[in-house]
Ligand binder design. Structure first.
Ligand SMILES: Cc1cc2nc3c(=O)[nH]c(=O)nc-3n(C[C@H](O)[C@H](O)[C@H](O)COP(=O)(O)O)c2cc1C
Length: 278
């Protein structure tokens, strides 16, 4: 306990790998800065942290954080410093209030909120970015993460501001925390496409998928991370009422980002994000 008190703890929840990729880059950058750091993956939110300085990493879901992060914050002991690292598919300011619920919980516990770092990574929901755009996103994050590491290592504090529109949309979308467990029960497996690789069963963070008597069963603990359908090698999983937004398969982040195209969707916001000063 003594030894870990001066160490920075990076705690990550990642549905499909984007946030984990950024968190690992942060771990490397902090180590290069000479900081003692350890990365932990959040499995179900019941974990506790031994470190006083924490970086909580998560993907934005419906302009909020995944429910599992809220559970994690509730289970933390008191005191310490917290930074957030979040990834999202859109660079819109509507995502700016996503940490609000965690901030409220943590402040009550005496934590000092030091700042937030936001990286745009390819969508795993709604539509698929091209691999070239995914590479541009990753290259941009990779370039910017060392600056975040330096700020964390030096203990720099920056205020987290969110416009009224972000507060309103995140409040409205909190219904998603109620929706995902219900929608998760509507997930189905196409028995013809399924190759029984069990990737979905074995990788579900909430152990919500089981295979019994030759049938897949989906429980009531889905958090909407879409890891199961995203990783399914044969696109056999349908994700209930939001199946029309399903995106399947990993991105190739090694493509030449020069070929990246920004479509018409949120064009201005993407341009602003990519051209922002590091
Ligand atoms: C259920 C769900 C809701 C999402 N909601 C948003 C959102 O409100 N805004 C946004 O920009 N991206 C949203 N996304 C996209 C993810 O935040 C983005 O792809 C993220 O990088 C995924 O990280 P991961 O691979 O670590 O899970 C959503 C993704 C999922 C699965």
């Amino acid at each position: 306990m003594e030894q870990t008190a001066n160490r920075i703890g990076i705690y990550v929840f990642s549905g499909t790998g984007n946030t984990l990729k950024c968190a690992k880059a942060l771990e490397t950058a902090l180590t290069e800065q000479g900081a003692a750091v350890r990365l932990h993956e959040i499995a179900d939110g019941s974990e506790t942290a031994a470190e006083r300085d924490l970086v909580l990493c998560y993907p934005v879901y419906g302009f909020n954080m995944p429910r599992i992060l809220k559970t994690f914050c509730r289970n933390l002991a008191t005191g310490g410093n917290v930074w957030f690292l979040k990834t999202s598919g859109e660079p819109l300011h509507l995502n700016d209030n996503s940490s609000a619920q965690m901030i409220r919980i943590l402040k009550k516990k005496g934590y000092r909120i030091k700042g937030e770092f936001h990286y745009i990574m390819p969508y795993n929901m709604v539509f698929r970015h091209t691999d070239e755009t995914a590479s541009l996103m990753w290259k941009t994050a990779e370039e910017r993460i060392p600056e975040a590491a330096q700020m964390i290592a030096e203990g720099v504090e920056t205020p987290i501001r969110s416009p009224f529109s972000a507060k309103a949309i995140s409040a409205l979308c909190r219904i998603e925390h109620w929706f995902y467990p219900k929608n998760g029960r509507l997930f189905r497996v196409d028995q013809i496409k399924c190759v029984r690789c069990m990737k979905c069963v074995n990788s579900c963070p909430t152990k919500n998928i089981s295979f019994e008597d030759g049938k897949f069963r989906f429980g009531k603990n889905c958090i909407g991370c879409v890891r199961c359908s995203f990783r399914c090698p044969t696109e056999a999983i349908r994700i209930g009422l939001i199946d029309f937004m399903r995106v399947n398969g990993p991105y190739d982040f090694t493509r030449d980002p020069k070929g990246a195209s920004i479509g018409r969707y949120c064009k201005k916001a993407y341009r602003r994000y990519f051209s922002e000063k590091i």
